[in-house]
Design a protein around this ligand. Structure first.
Ligand SMILES: [Zn+2]
Ligand SMILES: [Zn+2]
Ligand SMILES: [Zn+2]
Length: 280
């Protein structure tokens, strides 16, 4: 009998902060002072992720710094998935540097950008996509997107960015494994919970913007991370094998890495840090 081995690709968490980064750009608060002093896992860039070399989620103002820090080669990217149009998740200006003049012989790989109508408007306001070897494809809720090489991304509805904008979280599936990118989610609307009830996750990234402060609309705090985990368990979406990881932290929450760990670890929940690598 021949044993068929599945392949593994690396999913890297490139940033784990909320909008203003941590330490925040202009902030004299205690939590930012401590982060500056401690460094390491307490330095948090704006949220983004990369799967292998081809697929990237969100493209905020720290994208260039993340490329340098984590040794990435963006010219190999084929798909850019954008969750919503907030500036910490989308900084369109940087996309224009794909055009000739900035890249003398051209990038050589077409980039397909996936996102909602607000994302499209913000990008088209600043960037001539044709000149940048890029195209835009609007996402449809709960409709799987084939990203090639067996990777499927499905946009799920989040409660974030208000009624006007359809913010999404992406479910990534590959060779029978599944990862949920769940930052900027708020408490998910019913249709997302119903969809998730049909899936089994290997990795669940859950948003934790406010630390010890309770919140359910737009963002969550540590207590809601535990609640989301419990709800996912109840639905059978996760099990004892699933890695549950909190991410997207604001200095406004005040809890540094060690304090977040002290609270979440006993619940079996990990705390994300910039550069954390996972296998999908
Ligand atoms: Zn955010
Ligand atoms: Zn601060
Ligand atoms: Zn946001």
């Amino acid at each position: 009998m021949q044993l068929i081995r599945r392949t593994i690709v690396t999913f890297t968490i490139l940033g784990t902060a909320a909008a203003e980064g941590w330490p925040a750009l202009w902030c004299p608060c205690d939590a930012c002072a401590k982060a500056r002093k401690l460094g390491g896992k307490d330095i948090r860039r704006r949220s983004a992720y990369q799967l292998d070399e081809r697929i990237h989620i969100d493209f905020g103002p720290d994208s260039y710094a993340q490329m340098l820090e984590f040794g990435l080669s963006y010219h190999r990217l084929e798909h850019l998935l954008i969750t919503h149009s907030h500036a910490d998740h989308l900084f369109p200006t940087e996309l224009q540097y794909r055009s000739r003049g900035f890249v003398p012989d051209g990038v050589g790989t077409e980039l397909t950008i996936h996102g909602n109508a607000h994302v499209e408007r913000r990008i088209r306001d600043e960037v001539d996509l044709a000149k940048c070897e890029a195209r835009f494809v609007p996402v449809t809720l709960f409709e799987p997107i084939d990203l090639g090489e067996g990777v499927i991304a499905t946009p799920l509805l989040a409660d974030h960015a208000g009624d006007d904008e359809m913010a999404v979280n992406y479910l990534l599936e590959r060779e029978g494994r599944a990862l949920l990118q769940g930052n900027d989610s708020g408490w998910w609307p019913d249709e997302t919970w119903e969809f998730l009830a049909t899936k089994t996750l290997d990795i669940a990234l859950i948003e934790c913007t406010y630390g010890p402060r309770d919140a359910r609309r737009h963002h969550l705090g540590v207590n809601q991370v535990v609640e989301v985990r419990d709800e996912l368990l109840k639905l059978g979406t996760i099990n004892s094998e699933t890695r549950v990881i909190a991410t997207h932290f604001s200095h406004n929450g005040g809890w540094l890495y060690a304090q977040l760990e002290d609270f979440l670890r006993p619940h079996g929940i990990e705390v994300a840090w910039d550069g954390m690598q996972l296998e999908l």
